[in-house]
Ligand binder design. Structure first.
Ligand code: HEC
Ligand code: HEC
Ligand code: HEC
Length: 435
């Protein structure tokens, strides 16, 4: 009996030790000790001009402005992010001492951006600290210098007002961090070239591609499994970026990936939705050499396992209805042979992400329309009209099946019930009754 007691005690002690170690690694902010802890952002004056310029670039890479501005002023917060747990609002990160981060010291800023420990408690991962944890000390110092040049804006934000119980309790994030936050500096994959390593640093850190292009588990965490093999964002699908030749970038030339990221289109795919925003606010402003590093790093990833399904036969009645609808409604913009319009509208022939198993983005633009990225290089930003009023859920599914299975394409059938679900989530119009 005594022996059992001892074993139980030993097991309990080991469990406590493991938890304590885990907690220590997850919440450890030792790395922030390199930062100054005496001067607040509001007090900081005369930051070195070169550091400010480099910091502006880090900010572009991290796309901070896009998420932290919503009409009340640059970096003044108020941007809504809808998650499965409710709505979270981005913080005011201007140097205003009362409503912004003017009262933060550099060290507190490092703790927030790299460790998710903000001025009101633990941050929610809608703020991508899980990616920014990899930013180097140098990039963080520069970012801090840049933030001191931002104009203060008085704008009170209640970040968690739209979150339901118990998710509105910040301490809940302690459990999440314990389970999922891999609190570590950037560690390059061994064997990569300097350029590919720079690409990995950008992809996993600042530009946080993986935050959208990797799958997440039920608690909203990237599990590491399926890294960059495609992620469902609820209302959009961010496609596979591994070298898979069917759904990924396997068949794409490096130049075409670079062109897409810098201009929003490569003549086949056209960025829309969240990707258009990332291209407009961030990627088009990056050095071409950085964009090329990203493309080169993506080539080093293991290809995802997905294979090409058998194409749906052209002569089924549903496909013939799809063909007719395509000719009448779509061919003027997308081409009789799915060839698109020189990067203004998406081409469908040879469009890999069009053939992803997950058709959420396609259903999305069919239901509410879309707008192409408008960049300095390609300023038009052409519009895709909504077809919700004109087509039933089944007709939308059939039309998508047709473009996903013609001109050499092959993809799984689109589920009519999924179209119906998305129509209701997006509050897209009902189809007008035919008379
Ligand atoms: C995808 C959207 C998104 C991006 C991109 C983003 N943020 Fe945030 N950020 C948020 C949200 C949402 C919050 C509020 C989180 C919370 O309160 O739990 C936040 C909170 C913060 C905070 C904490 C403020 C405080 O008072 O505790 C800081 C600092 C911050 N962000 C800085 C940055 C910087 C710097 C960048 C760019 C490197 C950046 N953010 C990019 C969404 C984003
Ligand atoms: C905010 C979420 C988000 C981020 C961050 C993001 N993407 Fe995307 N990406 C998407 C979505 C959604 C699409 C699908 C867009 C569409 O259908 O037009 C997409 C499409 C793409 C495509 C087009 C694939 C094809 O052939 O059609 C490429 C390439 C791509 N992303 C690369 C990247 C890279 C590289 C990064 C980081 C530097 C990145 N994305 C960051 C959401 C994101
Ligand atoms: C007035 C011109 C126009 C018409 C008509 C049109 N489209 Fe589009 N479509 C566009 C443009 C521009 C884009 C690129 C911007 C975007 O994706 O929002 C696009 C993009 C798309 C995409 C790609 C979305 C993605 O995620 O990459 C799909 C799918 C699509 N259209 C399907 C159709 C179908 C099916 C029809 C006919 C029922 C149709 N379109 C009719 C202009 C048009």
């Amino acid at each position: 009996m005594v022996r059992w007691k001892k074993i139980r005690l030993a097991v309990a002690l080991v469990a406590v030790a493991v938890l304590a170690t885990l907690a220590w690694t997850r919440f450890n902010t030792k790395r922030s000790a390199v930062a100054n802890d005496t001067v607040t952002l509001a007090q900081l004056r005369g930051a070195d001009a070169a550091a400010v310029a480099r910091g502006a670039y880090v900010m572009r890479t991290g796309d901070c402005m896009a998420c932290h501005s919503a009409g009340q002023g640059e970096f003044a917060g108020g941007y809504n992010i809808d998650t499965p747990f409710g709505r979270i609002v981005s913080s005011n990160i201007t140097p205003d001492p009362e409503t912004g981060i003017g009262g933060m010291t550099e060290r507190e800023f490092f703790n927030a951006v790299r460790h998710g420990q903000g001025s009101k408690g633990l941050l929610y991962p809608a703020m991508p600290y899980t990616a920014y944890q990899r930013l180097t000390d140098q990039d963080m110092h520069d970012l801090w210098a840049y933030m001191s040049t931002v104009a203060p804006v008085h704008n009170e934000i209640e970040e968690t007002a739209g979150l339901g119980f118990p998710f509105n309790i910040r301490l809940v994030m302690a459990g999440w961090n314990l389970l999922f936050f891999d609190n570590r500096p950037f560690t390059p994959t061994p064997g990569l070239s300097i350029e590919q390593t720079r690409g990995q640093y950008l992809v996993d850190g600042g530009t946080h591609c993986a935050a959208c292009h990797s799958p997440r588990n039920l608690l909203g965490a990237e599990s590491g499994k399926g890294y960059m093999q495609g992620g469902n964002l609820g209302l959009w699908y961010a496609p596979d970026l591994t070298p898979n030749p069917h759904t990924g970038l396997g068949g794409a030339s490096e130049d075409s990936v670079v062109e897409y990221l810098r201009t929003g289109s490569n003549g086949v795919a056209v960025a829309t939705g969240p990707m258009a925003e990332a291209v407009e606010h961030s990627f088009q402003h990056l050095e071409e050499s950085d964009i090329r590093s990203i493309a080169r790093y993506l080539q080093t990833l293991p290809a995802s396992p997905g294979t090409r399904p058998k194409a749906i036969a052209q002569d089924t009645p549903a496909m013939q209805r799809g063909a007719l609808r395509y000719e009448v409604n779509c061919s003027a913009c997308h081409g009789v042979r799915g060839e698109g319009m020189g990067g203004m509208t998406a081409a469908f022939a040879g469009n890999r992400s069009l053939q992803s198993d997950d058709a959420t983005s396609l259903m999305h633009v069919m239901l509410v329309g879309g707008r192409a990225a408008a960049t300095e290089a390609k300023p038009t930003g052409a519009g895709m009209p909504s077809f919700a009023w004109k087509m039933s859920d089944r007709q939308i599914a059939e039309t998508l099946d047709y473009i996903r299975n013609s001109w050499g394409n092959a993809a799984k059938p689109v589920d009519e019930a999924e179209v119906a679900r998305l129509r209701s989530v997006l509050s897209a119009r009902d189809q007008l009754p035919a008379n």
